[in-house]
Design a protein around this ligand. Structure first.
Ligand SMILES: *Cc1c(COP(=O)(O)O)cnc(C)c1O
Length: 428
């Protein structure tokens, strides 16, 4: 087969394939295999869209069965049996035990489309225009989602001016304590003279995936939620990457005691990597008119079939969340080893989105490249790609997790030992 076809025929816009230049053929669990049969340990998990690993056998079984019996594949927003089953399962396993009363809006299949729908609804509910968003935030690549994304390179691709945004400092970005940060936010919106319009909504990630695994504290989240309530703005949690168990609980905000008005879910929602996105909407603000946010592919019923399996298999009991906590502890403890008291590295993140932050960004990028050559797939994140992002499948076998973590530690140690560090100081 001609594998120059990618260079010859595919747009220059492609990106992940440049970091991980293999031609992949198969995958199972936490392993990917290229066309030559070489195995790669996956610490990337489809950028958080494969939290349950590749080709979960129960999901594959359910899909094969569904296809064989002539199930609906694309259903627009028609009522289907598969959708009824998914809605009921989501309510029973996710919403009711958490005492949450949301309606579900299926959006177009991308995360960005869920975000667009959330912004539209917030503006409609409040009759305000401004959206308050945060430094380090990432919300997708369509125009509205890019407007509230912080990263300058990504944002510049939009090519037009995007009004109606107020960008605020995320928790921890300034060196002041949480109370001072919250006081400043409150002053901005409640004292005359700041010149900041009241926003329709605050949108935030509890752990910033692309922004470099920055974590908001529970106190800060509670403060922002309280402020939103006080000034009549909605709180939107973009749980597209941090949700579906990535931070240790199904929703990333569960520990903070807040109830967002809208929650965006996508990436690992289908469980198998099929596109499926939705917004959870507080019942009282579901003021959409029929068809007001439309989209052809809101009826990916195969994705609903696997999503139902994922919920039943992993979230029916607390055992899965417990296992994420255990794995997170193992990963953190192993990575701590890499620090060796080195003030050039720190650990960041929560649950199984944990990373090593390097003072010198080039080291994170070089480590990602070298680990790939050694057969481990791991991405970088943050405004300067300074964070080496460990995002293994939540289902990863403990032995593989420890092996992968040990390889990261060894590579990091080697990169940070004085001779090679000095050499890199010169070269990079
Ligand atoms: C990936 C991501 C999006 C965008 O999802 P797409 O499917 O790529 O459009 C939005 N928000 C967050 C937090 C994400 O990680």
């Amino acid at each position: 087969m001609n594998f120059n076809i990618f260079d010859e025929s595919e747009s220059e816009v492609r990106s992940y394939c440049r970091s991980f230049p293999a031609v992949f053929a198969n995958s199972q669990g936490s392993m990917l295999y290229d066309v030559k049969g070489r195995g790669y340990l996956d610490f990337f998990a489809g950028a958080g869209s494969l939290n349950y690993g590749h080709n979960d056998p129960d999901m594959i079984e359910a899909v094969v069965h569904y296809l064989r019996q002539g199930g609906i594949l694309q259903g627009l927003d028609l009522h289907t049996e598969a959708k009824a089953r998914f809605l009921a399962t989501f309510r029973r396993i996710i919403l009711e035990p958490r005492k949450l009363d949301y309606k579900l809006q299926f959006t177009g299949p991308t995360g960005a489309n869920a975000v667009e729908a959330a912004l539209k609804l917030a503006r409609k509910v409040t009759d305000r225009h401004t959206i308050a968003c945060f430094s380090g935030g990432y919300h997708g690549m369509s125009q509205g989602a890019l407007a509230i994304t912080a990263n300058a390179t990504k944002r510049s691709s939009v090519g037009v001016q995007v009004p109606g945004i107020v960008r605020l400092p995320y928790d921890g970005i300034s060196l002041t304590d949480v109370n001072t940060q919250l006081m400043l936010l409150r002053d901005m919106f409640t004292k005359p003279g700041y010149g900041v319009d009241l926003p329709a909504a605050f949108i935030l990630e509890c752990v910033q995936g692309e922004g470099g695994l920055n974590c908001a504290s529970n106190a800060w989240l509670a403060g922002v939620a309280q402020l939103a309530k006080e000034i009549g703005a909605l709180l939107i949690v973009d749980d597209i990457q941090a949700g579906c168990g990535r931070t240790g609980t199904f929703f990333s905000f569960e520990g903070a005691g807040i109830v967002p008005d809208i929650v965006c879910l996508s990436k690992s929602l289908s469980g198998a990597g099929f596109p499926l996105s939705l917004n959870l909407i507080r019942r009282e603000i579901d003021i959409w008119n029929p068809g007001e946010h439309n989209g052809t592919f809101r009826g990916n019923n195969v994705a609903m079939v696997t999503a139902t399996v994922a919920l039943e298999k992993f979230w029916s009991t607390p055992a899965f969340a417990d296992s994420i906590a255990e794995k997170s502890a193992v990963l953190r403890a192993t990575l701590l080893d890499a620090l060796d008291g080195n003030d050039q590295i720190s650990i960041t993140g929560r649950g199984l989105m944990v990373g090593l932050r390097f003072v010198r960004p080039a080291i994170a990028k070089a480590l990602s490249r070298q680990l790939f050559e050694d057969g481990l797939i791991i991405e970088t994140g943050g405004p300067n790609n300074e964070v080496l992002k460990c995002m293994p499948a939540l289902t990863i076998d403990s032995v593989l997790l420890e092996q992968g973590a040990a390889r990261i530690v060894d590579a990091t140690r080697a990169a940070m030992t004085p001779p090679s560090f000095a050499r890199q100081n010169v070269c990079l």
